[in-house]
Unconditional design. Structure first.
Length: 171
């Protein structure tokens, strides 16, 4: 007696499934060292950025000429840049950890979730960077408009002063 023919599960033996699963558990030593060096560079870079932003914020906070608007802008900038620095350190730990320390073979779904999380952190950092750039541009444009407005006021005052000095005669 023969039963129904055995049907292979969908995608069984597919090269698309075999390649990632083989890559998940077997990391060449060169890739492991590359991930460790890259991660260490991210950690060092994140720490240096954090220190630089902290020093900059302390300087801006102590500026007596800064207005309340200026301080609000600088504080929000500090918060955005601190988030980026902390996430750089976090990525510097997560990347080598995901490449070298965790055996993903029994849990390929967790492997995908882990790297999607790393990707999401990276995208959030990019969003913060773009937001910081746009915020800085808007702030600089507003400051430039104030400078131009003040420049026009001073030019008008100069013309008025010259006309009074010449008893209303134009030169």
């Amino acid at each position: 007696m023969h039963g129904p023919p055995a049907v292979a599960p969908p995608l069984a033996g597919s090269p698309f499934l075999a390649a990632p699963c083989a890559a998940i558990g077997d990391v060449p030593a060169s890739s492991a060292w590359g991930a460790i060096v890259f991660g260490a560079a991210l950690v060092i870079g994140g720490i240096l950025l954090f220190r630089w932003h902290r020093r900059s914020w302390n300087t801006q906070r102590g500026d007596t000429a800064a207005t309340e608007r200026d301080l609000h802008h600088f504080h929000r900038q500090y918060l955005r840049r601190t988030q980026v620095a902390v996430m750089l350190v976090l990525l510097g730990v997560l990347i080598p950890l995901g490449v070298t320390a965790i055996d993903w073979r029994p849990r390929p779904g967790w492997w995908a979730a882990y790297w999607l999380f790393v990707l999401a952190l990276t995208l959030w950092m990019a969003c913060l960077a773009v937001g910081d750039m746009l915020s800085q541009r808007a702030y600089a444009m507003a400051e430039l408009a104030k400078v131009r407005r003040r420049h026009r006021e001073l030019e008008d005052e100069l013309l008025e002063h010259r006309s009074r000095a010449n008893n209303g005669r134009r030169e």
